[in-house]
Design a protein around this ligand. Structure first.
Ligand code: ZN
Length: 253
């Protein structure tokens, strides 16, 4: 079934399409609001290829690149525009620089934000989705992934997980029942060995500022996985720059 409804926060009509073949998404939850940064001029447009991530729809991709759905359908000769597969490569004609599209859902479920690292040198949401499937989870355990510029993704690119779109419990932190009340954000990288890039840090702060305000989450409830009582892990890594993160989160920039 397609869920189609008018979203008052978006100009025009938002069509929310069903998604990929490997993990069909039944959207029972419609975002109340979307955070969608507008383009600043001048815009440099170019044709790019985009690998479809878990939970991504044409509607979402069209907004990420500021390109009409019809233009993507035509450029890729898509017969059924509602069926995308994870990993499918799409040509995005005359794409603007990629921007995150962050859906926000009206709920009182989320009281904490838990920061993780992937503890891998490379990755993206699809890579972690497959990794978590192998571990016996129902797909990607986090709600958001912030890429590090590997596997064709941009450094600092924010990816939204199917779990967030379906507003399901997480599979990222058993301790203190955080899977039921904590939003899981994973930065790709191993921050016991390497530094968080400036772009990743910028995106992390940007995303958490939005989530914190919208869900009224106090600063003390924003923590690393290893700081959750009962968790025995050094995630998100021994070198994670907590001071810089907290300064930037509380700063006005
Ligand atoms: Zn973790």
């Amino acid at each position: 079934m397609l869920n189609i409804r008018r979203n008052v926060f978006i100009l025009g009509v938002a069509f929310i399409l069903s998604s990929c073949a490997m993990a069909p998404i039944k959207l029972s939850t419609i975002p109340e609001k979307e955070i969608f940064p507008f383009l600043t001029v001048p815009i440099f447009r170019q044709d790019v290829f985009h690998a479809v991530a878990p939970a991504e729809t044409l509607w979402c991709i069209s907004r990420m690149y500021d390109v009409k759905i019809e233009d993507i359908v035509q450029a890729n000769n898509l017969k059924d525009s509602t069926e995308l597969e994870m990993g499918q490569r799409l040509l995005i004609p005359k794409a603007a620089p990629i921007r995150p599209v962050i859906p926000l859902y009206k709920t009182r479920k989320w009281k904490y934000i838990i920061i993780h690292h992937s503890a891998t040198d490379e990755g993206d949401s699809l890579f972690l989705f497959k990794l978590h499937l192998k571990r016996g989870f129902l797909g990607l355990g986090y709600d958001f992934v912030i890429d590090n510029g590997t596997l064709g993704k941009g450094d600092g690119q924010i990816e939204v997980s199917p779990r967030w779109i379906k507003q399901q419990d997480g599979a990222h932190c058993k301790a203190a029942d955080m899977n039921f009340k904590g939003i899981g954000i994973c930065l790709v990288g191993n921050f016991s060995k390497e530094k968080v890039s400036q772009k990743q840090m910028g995106s992390l702060v940007y995303l958490i500022k939005i989530l914190r305000v919208y869900y009224n989450i106090p600063y003390r409830n924003i923590m690393g996985h290893g700081q959750v009582p009962g968790a025995k892990t050094e995630c998100p890594g021994k070198r994670f720059p907590w001071k810089e993160f907290k300064d930037r989160l509380k700063g006005s920039k």
